[in-house]
Design a protein around this ligand. Structure first.
Ligand code: UN1
Length: 482
């Protein structure tokens, strides 16, 4: 009998959402064997035929959207509308990737020699290992699994132990839609299962989304036994700049959604509010009074604005970080403590929190909180705002609110992040644009969009010479060596 672990509802931890097996290295071995065998015939299917299976997965997800959203809400603690958005992202991704199946699969190039041309094409990498977080427990697996399947790969995925059932059900939908037996395998458990997957010689590529610390371990372990293709999607410390000409009504809506949506647990969450001195007092007053009205509570209740954070350990970590900020002299304007919610015994709730007086080197400015905590920084000018936003180890998302087109254009050029928003908060990326970031946020890959296939396929460059003679590039078409 396999050992098991429970995933629980973060709003009501007494409610067990699922009981899952704790897999072992032997189970990982079996999963890789299944994926390897299934991948061989899957890769023989024409790409549009693979795309049709993905399109059908989109239909199954659409039909099961409400049920899956309910599960996301119960297992990951997202309020229902956001849980629906999580599932919708996977549906959108299915449509997009299915469409890619009938799109260009490479590029054609003229050659420097006559009667010769070149083109590129994509090939599967084989079996892809995936390690995914709990905060987008349906969307993130879809960003990885659909392009990996389209590219002709087999999959072994290890979801977070905090939302294993969401992944299990997502994969069940893929199988219901016609993904072949053994092609997508889920392994459950803790860090050692992810580690076994990472170093398995049958796994050619590893796609990881999570913390910088774990990402570093995954990458070095994979390279130790590799080389392997390793793509990392790590943290963020995303800044929203508010200039003195901004539409403050729009800003307030944006900050509230960006900082406290998903209880601040998106890697794109707005966690630094970089505000111009001329408007900072009014902005702080308006954001604080709006945040004070947010309904924190059961994510299944339609009137709830902010659900729980994922675990009681998260509550403790967030609280510790807020206390460090306060001890450094940052002023606590709102929140700053764990709270209880009606009907949610033992739920892991943290009050929406706003700290002012932070500066560039403050603890709260430099460290990712992953909770409903916003730090406000004051700046005097556009240049200082950009420098402040960029003074950060991470480079995922950023935003600027301004009505000055020159400032907007300069900001989108100068902000050192993979995603930039103008007059919108730092969250809310759409799946047909590349997603990912600079600096410590990743290692250069992008997920989703046109680049989503890159991490799951090998590019092959092909030269066809129909001249009937040996043609030496760089030599025959030159008169001399000079
Ligand atoms: C994440 O936080 O890990 O852009 C992903 C967004 C979402 C995805 C976030 N579409 O906020």
């Amino acid at each position: 009998m396999a050992m098991t672990f429970d995933s629980t509802n973060p709003a009501r931890p007494a409610e067990i959402v699922a009981s899952m097996p704790i897999h072992t290295a032997t189970d990982v071995e079996t999963a890789v064997r299944f994926a390897t065998a299934a991948q061989r015939s899957w890769a023989k299917l024409p790409v549009p035929a693979r795309g049709e299976v993905i399109a059908t997965i989109g239909e199954v997800l659409t039909r099961r959207k409400a049920e899956l959203a309910n599960l996301v809400s119960r297992e990951a603690g997202k309020i229902l509308v956001e849980a629906g958005g999580d599932v919708q992202e996977a549906i959108d991704m299915a449509h997009f990737v299915a469409g890619q199946a009938r799109n260009a699969w490479g590029t054609v190039h003229p050659c420097e020699m006559p009667e010769k041309f070149g083109f590129t094409t994509r090939h599967p990498v084989g079996v892809v290992g995936m390690i995914t977080p709990w905060n987008f427990p349906v969307a993130i697996p879809s960003w990885k699994i659909f392009p990996a399947l389209l590219a002709g790969n087999g999959v072994v995925i290890k979801p977070s132990e905090f939302a294993p059932m969401c992944c299990e059900q997502f994969v069940a939908a893929c199988i219901e839609a016609g993904a072949p037996e053994g092609l997508i395998n889920v392994v459950h458990g803790f860090g050692d299962v992810g580690a076994a997957l990472t170093v398995h010689p049958g796994v050619r590529a590893i796609s990881f989304t999570g913390s910088v610390a774990t990402g570093r371990r995954v990458a070095s372990a994979a390279m130790e036994v590799g080389p392997k293709l390793v793509s990392l999607e790590l943290g963020g410390k995303n800044a929203m700049i508010v200039m003195d000409d901004a539409d403050l009504d729009l800003v307030v809506d944006g900050v509230i959604f960006g900082a406290f949506g998903t209880s601040g647990q998106r890697c794109t969450s707005t966690s630094r509010l970089v505000a111009h001195r001329a408007i900072i007092d009014e902005l702080i007053q308006r954001v604080t009074s709006r945040a004070a009205q947010l309904m924190v509570g059961d994510p299944l209740v339609a009137t709830t604005d902010v659900g729980p954070v994922i675990t009681s350990a998260s509550v403790a970590r967030i609280h510790d970080m807020v206390q460090t900020a306060v001890s450094e002299g940052n002023e606590l304007l709102l929140g700053g403590s764990p709270i209880a919610a009606t009907g949610c015994d033992g739920g892991s709730f943290y009050a929406p929190t706003i700290l002012s007086g932070a500066h560039r080197n403050s603890f709260i400015t430099r460290n990712e909180v992953f909770g409903p905590v916003l730090a406000v920084l004051e700046v005097d000018s556009f240049d200082e705002a950009i420098e402040t936003a960029n003074d950060c180890e991470y480079g995922l998302s950023s935003s600027i609110y301004t009505r000055d087109v020159n400032h907007a254009m300069r900001a989108l050029h100068d902000l050192d992040t993979g995603i930039v928003y103008i007059n919108a908060p730092t969250i809310g990326a759409e799946i047909h644009l590349p997603f990912g970031g600079n600096k410590f946020t990743g290692n250069g890959y992008r997920e989703a969009g046109s680049r989503g296939l890159e991490q799951f396929s090998e590019t092959k460059s092909v030269y066809i010479d129909y001249s009937g003679r040996l043609q030496k590039a760089q030599i025959d078409n030159r008169d001399s060596i000079a």
